[in-house]
Design a binder for this molecule. Structure first.
Ligand SMILES: Nc1nc2c(ncn2[C@@H]2O[C@H](COP(=O)(O)OP(=O)(O)OP(=O)(O)O)[C@@H](O)[C@H]2O)c(=O)[nH]1
Length: 582
């Protein structure tokens, strides 16, 4: 964005205005190039016995310090404050004009005219025209366009920031004002939306990380709303007038405290930078204490808090930056999000601090950029929180899989199988359900002869074979050492015997490589069909008894237990009989 600004002695020139560039600044695209009156300026500190006439005479006599009103300039507010004379330069226009002071100073600026003194302040709620994000004074139509404007920056205990001046046509001013309002409203809307979302998450997920984040962004939004005057115009919170002097510094201190607490948890400093966790927590506690001291109304404590707050702020901001860099270097994914959100704000804070000492007078967009930076950081950290939630969900899914599955064979473990099988039986539908209880034959012998590793490989191979042979809907689990169970929903006894026979054959066909030979395995399977009044325990018990019958009758076979009678299937004589071990 470029704006036509006329420089005093050098005539008009176009000065590039980057504008508040990040993210939401597209809204400012509405601002169009506007012609502003070229200005010259002079200033000096207020002296005892000064009158408006004396200052204007000094100005005409060249006794004031000259400055360029289109660049940022700081005026001392100690003692009696400062006089500033703004001198419009030709070409003069008789249009309706507005003088603006940007960024708005936190104290009062009085406009001294022949008709009296008009104070301009962010928290002024009089009928006069109010600028948004700037102080504005409508130049009376009776005042000649070439007449100098005399301003007095009233004394104030707050640190004065640098300001620039502009005189533009009423229509141009209104256009800029509307653009700024749209831009600022969007930034605040983003920040407050993120705060609301975070607070909801904090309550619903009972995760205090979201609360610290919400507190931090809320404090930052409050700081910006006080500094830009948004809280007074357009919000119109006149009750805040008396509170702002305390609420502002308190919000600054609390924002650092919340940011510290948030980043400690968000970047998992306990894990990635445990040594830095202690000073950062101490910083958070110290900042909260400063707020309490500031609010105590005890002169000494208030003074000490005022002395300490700025150094602590700078130390704290750097500490958080260092901690985030360390966490990034040690592999914290979240610390990246913190760095991306925090660094621009830190740079902006450093640059605006430098402006207080006279540096970077051309960068008049830094204040708006700080507002946009807040919205940008809120979005960056929200994305980080979403990313963190995804990682936690992924970890939880892994833990659930690990908790439900047998570590060796990867089929359901006994607890998870029992839970799911009980749920299946409890749903009460009348269709038949078959339970297969499988026990590998002579497994102890295999272990003893070939070693446990071979035994383990055999168990894995058997589990895979069983899973491949069963339907995905069948519930397969490892019940004990070399025991497996399978619950077959909607399976008649005849079908269950067919499936069990297939499983028997499949296991017997498996070849397990051992040290000196290929092992052949076999399995004995007991089958039980769900009856009225059965629960999982009784069903398992019958299937287990049937499996023992199969063992007793020579192993490597299937037995069906119905009532108290077991259908023992003799080898080679029946369809259900599996081939015998060679
Ligand atoms: N390799 C290995 N062996 C296991 C595991 N869990 C249990 N076992 C072994 O499985 C064997 C089971 O032996 P038994 O209960 O006597 O049964 P068996 O030798 O198969 O004899 P029958 O069941 O009567 O045919 C024991 O030696 C256990 O140590 C395991 O995870 N890995």
């Amino acid at each position: 964005m470029e704006r036509l600004i006329t420089m005093p002695a050098r005539g008009r020139r176009r000065r590039p205005r980057l504008g508040p560039v990040l993210g939401l600044l597209g809204l400012l695209g509405m601002a169009v190039c506007q012609a502003a009156t070229p200005l010259n300026g002079g200033w000096r500190e207020v002296r005892a016995g000064d009158t408006a006439q004396v200052v204007l005479d000094d100005s005409r006599a060249g006794l004031l310090r000259n400055f360029d009103p289109s660049l940022l300039q700081r005026f001392p507010l100690g003692g009696g404050g400062s006089w500033v004379v703004i001198m419009p330069q030709p070409p003069w226009s008789n249009q309706e004009r507005v003088l603006t002071i940007y960024p708005p100073p936190l104290g009062t600026v009085s406009v001294v005219t022949a008709n009296g003194i008009q104070p301009l302040a962010l928290d002024d709620f009089s009928e006069a025209l109010h600028g948004h994000g700037r102080l504005a004074w409508r130049v009376p139509a009776t005042q000649p366009a070439s007449a100098p404007i005399l301003l007095r920056f009233e004394p104030s205990p707050t640190l004065s920031g640098p300001v620039r001046f502009q005189i533009e046509s009423l229509s141009g001013y209104l256009q800029h004002d509307a653009s700024w309002l749209a831009f600022a409203s969007a930034c605040f809307a983003v920040m407050l939306a993120m705060v609301l979302m975070a607070l909801c998450f904090a309550v619903m997920l009972r995760d205090v990380t979201y609360a610290w984040y919400g507190g931090y962004i809320l404090c930052y939004a409050l700081i910006q709303s006080i500094q830009t005057g948004f809280i007074f115009h357009p919000l119109g919170w006149d009750w805040f007038t008396g509170v702002a002097a305390i609420a502002g510094p308190a919000a600054v201190a609390l924002s650092v405290a919340f940011a510290s607490l948030f980043m400690t948890r968000f970047c998992e400093l306990q894990h990635y930078a445990p040594l830095l966790r202690v000073p950062i927590t101490a910083l958070a506690v110290g900042m909260i204490q400063l707020v309490l001291m500031r609010c105590s109304h005890i002169a000494l404590l208030v003074e000490v808090s005022q002395i300490l707050i700025n150094p602590l702020l700078m130390i704290g901001a750097m500490l958080l930056l260092v901690a985030a860099i360390v966490a990034v270097a040690r592999g914290s994914r979240q610390a990246w999000f913190f760095l991306i959100g925090w660094t621009p704000l830190l740079l902006l804070t450093a640059a605006t601090s430098a402006q207080v000492s006279g540096a970077l007078p051309e960068l008049d967009w830094l204040n708006d950029a700080s507002l946009a930076g807040g919205a940008f950081e809120a979005i960056a950290l929200s994305l980080g929180l979403v990313d963190r939630a995804l990682i936690l969900r992924h970890d939880r899914d892994i833990v659930r899989v690990l908790a439900d599955h047998d570590a060796l064979t990867s089929v359901l473990n006994r607890r998870a199988w029992t839970e799911r099988a009980s749920a299946l039986l409890a749903n009460g539908s009348p269709h038949p359900i078959a339970l297969l209880f499988l026990d590998l034959d002579h497994f102890k012998l295999l272990n003893d002869r070939q070693g446990h590793n071979t035994g383990d490989r055999a168990l894995v191979a058997v589990a895979r074979a069983l899973a491949a042979e069963l339907r995905p809907s069948d519930l397969l689990g490892r019940y004990g050492g070399e025991e497996f169970v399978a619950l077959l929903d909607g399976t008649e006894p005849q079908q269950a015997m067919h499936v069990a026979t297939r499983l028997c054959r499949r296991v017997h066909r498996l070849e397990i490589p051992a040290s000196d030979e290929s092992l052949l395995l076999s399995v004995s399977i007991g089958v039980a069909i769900r009856r009225d009044g059965d629960d999982l325990e009784s069903l398992v018990e019958r299937a287990d008894q049937a499996m023992y019958e199969a063992k007793l009758n020579g192993r490597n076979r299937v037995c069906l237990r119905e009532g108290n009678v077991t259908s023992n299937v003799p080898p080679a004589a029946h369809l259900h009989v599996v081939e015998k071990r060679e």
